[in-house]
Design a protein around this ligand. Structure first.
Ligand SMILES: [Zn+2]
Length: 225
């Protein structure tokens, strides 16, 4: 996935040296909207954060434009943000540019990719939450994003590349699995394995009991084991 660099969007330097955080400390992916026009420049958002709000840099770690799905580097993956009180160190803040704007398929795919990439970088499944769901003090990120988040950020699959139309193999119809889904399935498989092992232990214990009962009935000593 392509991320527009800070240089490319004309970022100002942070006022002070950015404070970083180890990815293992992250627990949340916090989704915001900018509350401004969907075409607003990232630089204008940064100016508001730095001059209007007086913060060190643009508030967010990453940004996504609701209309085009373009991803912009904000503070960066491993920098403490200024997007949600109490969630700036343990949360990665993503701002969707727009004011409750409809999400294009590209924007949905971009957000799902950010979630998967953040999970990969942090080595865990982050809790995906809208700003107001965590702090209760704001309508941010608006109803469109709240619905999208609550539904588990379903991203429509990429339109098929016309160069690939010749292929009609069964494998091509299999839907791609996201890293998050793979992690979830792996953890479910792990749980199932543990249950089987527990059941196996119970069966073994019952077998021993039965052997003991049989031994008692015929009046011999049960074998150890
Ligand atoms: Zn917000």
């Amino acid at each position: 996935m392509n991320i527009t660099s800070r240089d490319a969007w004309g970022a100002r330097s942070p006022k002070n040296i950015p404070q970083t955080v180890d990815p293992s400390q992250r627990r949340y992916l916090v989704i915001h909207h900018s509350g401004g026009p969907v075409g607003q420049s990232v630089r204008a958002i940064q100016d508001w954060c730095m001059d209007g709000r007086g913060f060190n840099d643009i508030d967010y770690n990453l940004l996504v434009r609701a209309s085009t799905g373009e991803i912009y580097m904000g503070r960066g993956w491993n920098v403490v943000g200024s997007h949600a009180v109490d969630f700036n160190t343990n949360g990665i803040g993503v701002c969707v540019i727009g004011n409750n704007a409809p999400l294009s398929d590209q924007a949905k795919r971009a957000l799902a990719w950010i979630r998967d990439e953040a999970n990969r970088r942090c080595g865990r499944m982050l809790h995906v939450r809208g700003h107001g769901q965590l702090t209760g003090t704001t309508d941010c990120p608006g109803s469109v994003l709240r619905t999208f988040i609550t539904a588990g950020m379903p991203a429509p699959t990429q339109p098929e590349d016309s160069d690939m139309e010749w292929t009609d193999k069964p494998w091509s119809s299999a839907s791609p699995i996201s890293a998050a889904d793979a992690l979830q399935q792996a953890s479910r498989a792990d749980d199932a394995l543990k249950e089987v092992q527990e059941l196996r232990g119970i069966v073994d214990a019952l077998r021993d009991d039965i052997a003991a009962i049989k031994a008692a009935v015929v009046g011999t000593t049960p074998p150890n084991g």
